[in-house]
Design a protein around this ligand. Structure first.
Ligand code: DX5
Ligand code: ZN
Length: 227
């Protein structure tokens, strides 16, 4: 099953609740929640208080992408704030296995995130504990960047590892996903698609249906790919 995960990084923060409701009404599956700390990445975004504030708006999965260092201290706060999936970058944790364990102990699903130059070998001894593998197709920190094509090769390799494991692990792609490349990305093995600027940048007006056409267009492209 293919899932579309709008990144609220590109939403209008002055109307965040409305934006989330509208994007879910338009057919999005998951809310992708980008957490940046101006330390691990050169940008600063939102934290557990915002997660807690949006939690009552929906039963949809909130997929928290931590771009923070260190990671462990903030994990329980996000679990309490209602996160369903918490993902982190291996470079940002001193003890990767312990961080995965901490996320699970808090009742959340655990994901590991791979920057464009981060090798998949980090999966070697922990894949059986993960619920999600997130391949970055841009360097983390900002929305609206261009898709790095090498991510397609990495997706194929990650897909092989996940299939060989026989486990139900989501393979998510994040960065530069658009209507014109989502089918190619799906063919490389992704099943969960983060899209920020492609969705929230689609229109700036206040039409409550303004996200319908872009999400329909993403789905139409995905429909061309055998699941
Ligand atoms: C980048 C974030 C992404 C970003 C994607 O560090 O992790 O989730 O919002 O934005 P687009 O889809 O515009 O590349
Ligand atoms: Zn992200």
């Amino acid at each position: 099953m293919f899932q579309i995960a709008p990144s609220i990084l590109s939403a209008n923060f002055a109307k965040l609740g409305e934006e989330i409701t509208q994007v879910l009404d338009a057919g999005a599956d998951i809310i992708h929640f980008d957490v940046m700390d101006n330390h691990y990445v050169p940008n600063l975004t939102i934290g557990p208080l915002v997660c807690e504030a949006i939690r009552p708006l929906t039963k949809a999965v909130i997929d928290v992408h931590l771009m923070v260092e260190p990671v462990d201290r903030i994990i329980p706060d996000f679990a309490k704030a209602g996160a369903n999936i918490i993902s982190f970058h291996p470079e940002a944790s001193r003890h990767i296995d312990r961080t995965i364990g901490l996320i699970k102990e808090q009742g959340c699903k655990a994901g590991l995130v791979f920057n464009p130059a981060t090798p998949l070998s980090y999966l070697d001894h922990v894949l059986d504990k993960l619920d999600l593998v997130l391949i970055m197709s841009v360097n983390p920190g900002f929305g609206g960047q261009s898709f790095i094509p090498e991510a397609l090769n990495k997706l194929r390799l990650a897909r092989e590892r996940i299939d060989a494991s026989g486990r139900n692990i989501l393979l998510e792609i994040d960065g530069g996903v658009k209507v014109d490349n989502i089918a190619q990305i799906a063919r490389a093995g992704a099943d969960t698609f983060v899209a920020g600027s492609a969705i929230f940048g689609a229109s700036k007006d206040s039409d409550p249906h303004r996200y319908d056409s872009v999400i329909a267009a993403l789905r139409a492209e995905l429909a061309k790919v055998a699941p």
